[in-house]
Write a protein that binds this ligand. Sequence first.
Ligand code: HEC
Length: 133
Amino acid sequence: MKKPVLLLLIAATQAFAAAPRELAQAYAAEASRQAPGFKASPQRGAEFYAKRFAVSDKMPACTACHTDSPARPGQHAVTGKAIKPLAPRAEAARFSDPAKVEKWFRRNCTEVLGRECSAAEKADFIAFVSEGL
Ligand code: HEC
């Protein structure tokens, strides 16, 4: 299920850098195959971003490393390493490289949720962090 989306994203973005909106649309298209009529929601994305899943003590939520606002620089909860803001309005390179986005969704979701994020969760998340773009 995951691979075809990624291949599609890469194929769609080889000629030009992917804009966050195009990435969000690709995830939304995947989500609407599972739930017809799906529409990405920045509001749901905001709730997801702040939600404490409490699977991991050190990384209970996305906010543990990315702070309460995706527009602010973050800090890794374990290593202390600086993390640039997630919001494309604050850090232009964000959500422009589909392979990087997939890699970090996979890693961070597995750590925080104890599973991979769904296409719907990814579409909502990007809709939220891209607000104001
Ligand atoms: C343990 C710390 C930590 C937590 C918790 C965390 N992240 Fe991250 N995240 C990182 C690091 C480190 C990077 C990569 C460094 C960078 O790109 O600045 C990153 C990068 C990302 C990226 C790549 C964006 C891009 O285009 O560059 C996405 C997407 C992402 N995180 C989503 C999430 C989501 C969703 C959650 C919550 C489910 C989450 N992160 C929780 C540390 C964390």
